[in-house]
Design a protein around this ligand. Sequence first.
Ligand code: GLN
Length: 534
Amino acid sequence: METKYIFVTGGVVSSLGKGVATASIGLLLKSYGLKVTLQKIDPYINVDPGTMNPYQHGEVFVTADGAECDLDLGHYERFLNNSLTRDNNITTGQIYYSVINKERKGEYLGKTVQVVPHITDEIKARITKLASQNHVDVVITEIGGTVGDIEGQPFLEAVRQMRLDYGRENTLYIHLTLVPYIKAAREFKTKPTQHSVRELRAIGIQPDILLCRSDSWLTGDERKKISLFCNVPQEAVIDAVDVECIYEIPLIFHRQKLDQLIIKNLNLDVKEPDLEEWKLFVERAKSPSRNVEIALCGKYVELRDSYKSIIEALYHAAVANDARLKLKWIDTERMEDDIKLGNALAYADGILIPGGFGMRGVEGKIKIIKYAREMKKPFLGICLGMQCMVIEYARNVCGMKKANSTEFDDHTPYPVIDLLPEQKKIKNMGGTMRLGNWPCKLEPRTIARKIYGKDLIQERHRHRYEVNPKYIKALTEKGLIFSGRSPNGKLMEIAEIAGLPFFLGTQFHPEFTSRPLAPNPVFYHFINASLKGS
Ligand code: GLN
């Protein structure tokens, strides 16, 4: 079977959940036994989102091979239950970077280098490379932004050309739009959808399928109208209705036979679908028998997308523990007062401090950790959260007053967290952290060893600073356990405190490998311990 290409575009407004819709289509096709991969195109000029502020972009997702990616890659991995690579996310920055490099090498043989065909050829090559590299049946490419954005034009032009290159039976265009409900008129409005499809057609793309995001189910009349004005058959007008649990979306599409429609359009050779495990997960997620409240203490709390994978990982772990996840958002910049802190955290079953950069909110984090340790609350510190756990221990248990990370205080008398010599030499900020999968050896008879159930693990990293080897002896003598270390013993990857219900920090990000059907063990056991105390 030839590789099939599906393109997902978006219209009207952003934030309609195009990433989740794309991931859902991926999961559905995979359930038919097809080999599927998902790809995100980001039309911005940054080479990757690694240098962007979380408020600009939300979380930076990290792949096993160390690429800093768009957070939609997280949805893709969670729905597909597969690990993706750096080739699964492309940006305008990467495309131009490579075209300009080729031009400098003289590879264009004296030609004028232009958007069409040189930029569009480079884009197409990045899409088809995924197919040839992985021998997949279907590549699903999501184009970021909305139709009409200036920066998205070359990508839309490239995917338009792909139908010419590969034929109608091998390409499919799916367009996600918004069908707003106007309360005053008591009506759904289809005009924005009509306009956005008209804009796509002006570029030369006639969508084959429309996904209509709406608050509630569309009626037959609206479907007819959309079908007529947008030139799409009625059965290809699919409702992407709002749901409480994002993992239900593939099932909603399945009920409307979106999968069948794609299979028919692309003439795909498939087996019977198997969605049983997924259905079971969604059922369990919707009716848990108890609650678990986790205090998520960070500095980007106004933008929940900054902690996307952490929220999902907590959710997977809660479902596996038969619990409903309640999140309490704590802004660490407002937590420097003890009474306020006690009031905010008293009812939390567990406390989580996620990763972060820069010193804003760090003192609040350290206070929260002291509180958690003294009150014996289950605690999980991730990356910066673990570094703060080590600082707190150094200051309050080992008597190292003013211990700190050199990221926040260059003159601290006890730099318990510091840059390794190789990081000190680095000048460029983009893509130069310790990134992606690194092996970690677990010490026998520790919580870490027990929860992972094996001696050697691989988890994903994204940081510059490390526990300073000079202080390991002093910290461990006072009871801090480094239960996970790099195989050469030099890098401290997991810290824990014995005798407490669950008190653990990881230098890596366990949230990136958590999947609905396979929660990450660190999150699973953190939630489990939090439930025991409640
Ligand atoms: N700022 C810290 C470092 O670079 C932690 C990074 C993180 O939490 N991802 O090491």
